[in-house]
Ligand binder design. Sequence first.
Ligand code: B12
Length: 326
Amino acid sequence: MTLEEKIYSFEEENTVIGIGDAKPFYDIKPILEDTDTPFVEKDIEKRINPMLIREDAKSIIALGLSYNKKFVGKLDNKIRGKISIGAMGTDYHHLVKDKLLHIKNTLNIEGDIFVDTGPLVDREVAKRCGLGYIGKSGNLINKKLGSIFFIGYIITNIELKPSKNIYNEDLCKDCDKCIKACPGKSILEKGFNYKTCISYLTQKKELETEKEKELINRQIYGCDICQKVCPYNKDVYTEEIADIDVFYPNIEHILNITNKDFENTYKKTACGWRGKKILQRNAIIALANYKYSKEAMDILEKAKNDTREDIKNYALWAIEKLNGKR
Ligand code: B12
């Protein structure tokens, strides 16, 4: 078995693996110069050059891990929000990292592992390694997993034969389902406007306009709309979730959650890094975007007495908004 064959042998039902070289990503420099992406390394040279991470970088081994989930439980009549499927369960940063660590340790190779928070542009890295095609929504689409997968990789000093790129064809063609479905119209013919992306708004610290709160709708964290409508996400690997509290979080519970409870639940998921307060703010916004009910008003009346000024103000705003719907 060659080393490349050994690497591919780690592929499982819910993962894809590919290999690429570690040359700089000069092609995307103009795109990066033209965008002001939030939450990322600002030095563009660091974003495009794997050799600034490891001087001896030769190859990249990329892994895609599916996080596709569907709800198979029973709905109830509690007031609930929505959470992106990627933020349910154990934080994917750990899951992907553990899989890459396992490959690295088993093969006894040297390498630096990154999942999401590294300086490079993960989709571009994964594309070069043959993991998929960058679709109109910006998401990398793979024929086996669809687009609902996270990306991680090992930058190694070993010279490896790159995967044959099987994604030269245009997978989206004239399909524009994601463009039409995005409530914020974030998906542009060329590029992406993160400022109106619901996923971004649920993570943004200071919301500035009523429109932003309206767009958040009932999302507590993240958004799946552009992926839900993508034809490549039908008939792909899916995990079934029966626990309604995981899939549709109970708003009253989020607003009353103790620090200890938060540490043991949300903090262990991919939305934990944003902290309790932002999720609670989004829970209040979700209530304001619901129809008027006594139950919603009772929850908000309690939140109105919160000692944190901003939460209190959001509760007052939501009460006014719901009263207007009476
Ligand atoms: C910042 C960030 C966000 C921001 C901004 C997203 C954005 N599109 O820029 C916000 C918070 C909005 C976000 C949302 C989401 N994100 Co995010 N995010 C990132 C992060 C940290 C950096 C992205 C980045 O560099 N953007 C800058 C642009 C230029 O790069 P890009 O987004 O990769 O875009 C590529 C193409 O779309 C295209 N492109 C983009 N803009 C333009 C403009 C022009 C003119 C052209 C020609 C091409 C082009 O070229 C780029 C390079 O190939 C990456 C991890 C990482 N370190 O790379 C994860 C990452 C992109 N996110 C990921 C995920 C899963 C999501 C969400 C699905 C989460 C959710 N459910 O809420 C949504 C999807 C939203 C969407 N449709 O893009 C995954 C994507 C996996 C995949 N299969 O594609 C990544 C790779 C994390 C990971 N390691 O798994 N994200």
